[in-house]
Design a binder for this molecule. Structure first.
Ligand code: 13P
Length: 251
């Protein structure tokens, strides 16, 4: 059975104090819940060590939202994979569309980031997804396929299996516009078939593919009941414990 995962992506929200409080709330809520999935929160770099100190990572995994494409050195302002791992974090979001769009991240840099994250034992949550124009002109499958091929397909099967994928149609992020259950399922099945063609059906069956984009307690059940959707990457609804737990409980 593939791992089911609900992961929060806090993005650039919360001060350190607010973030620690939110992490404590989610951690406490999970003590009283039999979660049927892995639960993860990905938080700003500045919060990682403090959040790690107040959560039980056997119930609530901790991740960063990015890492550098170099191990160390003269890269002012960057945070490396070894630095992230040294805080106690176990996951790292890579290739989020906001990083691609606003910070010029390319498949070439992402390829390096994925390798460095894996070398530190971090689980990359690797994001892919098309923009509205690509959805409308029908090139979305080709776009997503090349995002996966360019950044990930030089990995060995053993390394590829360590990755969690997150399909996030850019037109659904923060817009209140969710992909329909059918649109999401169709893309997740396509992603799985792309992986199967490269690494074989067994590897493809093992990879968790999350959906992201305006996922809420009200639409999570429909999405998560699709055969190829293994959970969610949650933005806005992860910024308060109650809606985030509502999504966790959709499993
Ligand atoms: P929203 O849930 O706010 O649409 O954000 C999704 C996302 O980008 C998660 O990485």
């Amino acid at each position: 059975m593939r791992k089911k995962v609900v992961a929060g992506n806090w993005k650039m929200n919360t001060t350190l104090q607010e973030g620690v409080r939110l992490a404590e709330e989610v951690n406490n809520a999970l003590k009283e819940t039999e979660a049927k999935c892995d639960v993860v929160i990905c938080v700003p770099f500045t919060h990682l060590a403090s959040v790690n100190a107040v959560i039980d990572q056997s119930k609530l995994g901790l991740g960063a939202e990015n890492c550098a494409d170099h191990v160390k050195g003269a890269y002012t302002g960057e945070v490396s994979a070894p630095m992230v791992a040294s805080t106690g974090a176990r996951y790292v979001i890579l290739g989020h569309s906001e990083r691609r769009q606003y910070y010029g991240e390319t498949s070439a840099t992402l390829k390096e980031k994925v390798k460095l994250a894996l070398a530190e034992g971090l689980t990359p949550i690797f994001c892919i997804g098309e923009v509205l124009e690509e959805r409308e002109n029908g090139t979305y499958n080709a776009v997503v396929k090349s995002q996966i091929e360019e950044a990930l397909f030089d990995l060995t099967a053993d390394d590829f299996k360590k990755i969690i994928l997150a399909y996030e149609p850019v037109w659904a992020i923060g817009t209140g516009k969710t992909a329909t259950d059918e649109q999401a399922q169709e893309m997740h099945a396509f992603i799985r078939s792309t992986i199967a063609a490269k690494y074989g059906a067994d590897v493809a069956e093992e990879i968790s593919i999350l959906y992201g984009g305006s996922c809420k307690p009200t639409n999570a059940k429909g999405l998560f009941s699709q055969p190829d959707i293994d959970g969610g990457l949650i933005g806005g609804a992860s910024l308060e414990a109650e809606p985030f737990m509502g999504i966790v409980k959709a499993f």
